[in-house]
Design a protein around this ligand. Structure first.
Ligand code: ZN
Length: 227
């Protein structure tokens, strides 16, 4: 059984067997985040880029839970300098895990450490778990590499930012859903604060008009994804 929980913003928790995968864990300081840190096992942490609303609690959680962080090389070096266990990867790289694999792909954004220093390129991450491919876009605008990802990797599920201002908004995310060839779309990175408010009803309607499934998750909601 593979379950996907939306924590809030761009943070997700994937549970598969004895493994727990945490992505972009912005929990502390996120008023909307819902996640039970005490009763969910975390074995691996992934971070798409260095901004504080994505790096979030990754470093303290990595240290307290002994869970390695996998992220872009420069950001991994930063995490290690803060005492966390981290593995650095770069674009196109794929890491195998007992639960599947993670491949880092390009996102079009910026990335800096909480102190404002260069943190390498921002990334999207393609997970493959039990044969299900989940594309976490990270923060990004619509970009043509998504067509490549759709053609070459054909993700089943795409987690796409829709809040605009710092990322693509609803209309570009509708194009992204098509370019990625994903059957199931889940929006993220919206409504955490006023600057990134988005109309999820409109987004869902437009995605469904394309013949795709769209699930708008509330913070803390889990779905089974081994379909
Ligand atoms: Zn960002």
């Amino acid at each position: 059984m593979v379950s996907l929980q939306y924590i809030g913003h761009s943070a997700f928790y994937i549970k598969t067997g004895d493994y727990g995968i945490l992505i972009d864990p912005f929990i502390t300081g996120n008023p909307k985040a819902v996640f039970d840190l005490k009763n969910n096992k975390i074995t691996d942490i992934f971070v798409t880029h260095g901004h504080s609303d994505h790096l979030g609690d990754a470093i303290p959680l990595s240290k307290s839970l002994n869970a390695p962080i996998c992220t872009i090389f420069e950001l991994a070096s930063y995490c290690m300098s803060k005492g966390a266990a981290a593995q650095g990867i770069n674009m196109g790289g794929k890491i195998e895990y007992p639960w599947g694999s993670a491949r880092f792909l390009p996102a079009f954004h910026s990335s800096s450490t909480p102190e404002g220093f260069y943190a390498g390129m921002p990334a999207s991450i393609l997970f493959e778990i039990n044969g299900i491919k989940i594309y976490h876009a990270g923060d990004t605008c619509l970009h043509a590499e998504m067509k490549t990802a759709g053609e070459v990797y054909r993700p089943d599920i795409a987690l796409l930012p829709i809040g605009s201002h710092y990322t693509m908004g609803v209309n570009d995310a509708i194009n992204a859903a098509q370019w990625l060839n994903a059957k199931h779309i889940i929006p993220m990175h919206y409504n955490t604060f006023d600057l990134i408010n988005a109309d999820t009803d409109y987004f869902k309607l437009k995605i469904e008009e394309l013949g795709k499934k769209c699930t708008v998750l509330y913070c803390g909601e889990s779905i089974k994804i081994n379909e």
